[in-house]
Design a protein around this ligand. Structure first.
Ligand SMILES: [Fe+2]
Length: 192
């Protein structure tokens, strides 16, 4: 089961997501869906509804985690499982770091795509992986609950993932920045 878009919005309201996290969520969702359609046009078989729900809910416990210090990938997973959406929960669980799952060089999964899209959006702006990891290092230095590997390892893993994704479509990672700056990402969230 995958929650409908409106149910995802309801959850975002219910869990009182901070407006800046809503704006981040909206841009991550737009980027993930844009790349998902490109990938499917090129022969991948991504479930678009699953990508959308995973992206919309990836930071569902982020707001509370700022107070509690909890690992929001893990608590977001637990929350979404408890609501009866294990497939979406598994995407939430893996949005900071992928795994443990089998890596297939020929297939891009919904979890990989949401993880990647989140790494391309700093606040509500589309940026390069390099810029996003510089930002992550600065903001989360020594205080990222649940993270047991250095950011360098996650950055390298994400670079490998970026290569895989863009080897399958006819645009470059840099073009994503251009497309989203032209389409006005970062304006008021239009979904909420
Ligand atoms: Fe997050």
């Amino acid at each position: 089961m995958i929650p409908a878009r409106e149910e995802c919005f309801e959850l975002i309201r219910k869990y009182e997501m901070f407006p800046h996290i809503v704006r981040h969520t909206r841009v991550v969702t737009d980027v993930a869906l844009f790349i998902a359609h490109k990938l499917n046009d090129s022969g991948q078989h991504l479930d678009i509804a699953l990508v959308e729900a995973g992206a919309l809910l990836h930071d569902i416990t982020k707001t509370i985690s700022i107070t509690t210090g909890e690992d929001h990938a893990q608590t977001g997973y637990e929350l979404i499982v408890s609501l009866g959406y294990p497939e979406v929960a598994d995407i939430v669980r893996q949005h900071v770091r992928l795994g443990p799952v089998k890596y297939d060089p020929d297939v891009v999964t919904e979890a990989e795509l949401v993880n990647y899209a989140d790494k391309r959006v700093k606040h509500d702006k589309v940026v390069s992986l390099k810029d996003r990891f510089t930002d992550i290092r600065k903001r989360y230095k020594n205080k990222f609950a649940g993270l047991r590997v250095p950011f360098d390892v996650i950055e390298q893993e994400t670079q490998v993932l970026e290569k895989k994704i863009f080897s399958k479509i006819d645009i470059s990672p840099e073009e994503i920045n251009r497309i989203f700056s032209e389409s006005g990402s970062g304006k008021e969230a239009r979904f909420f």
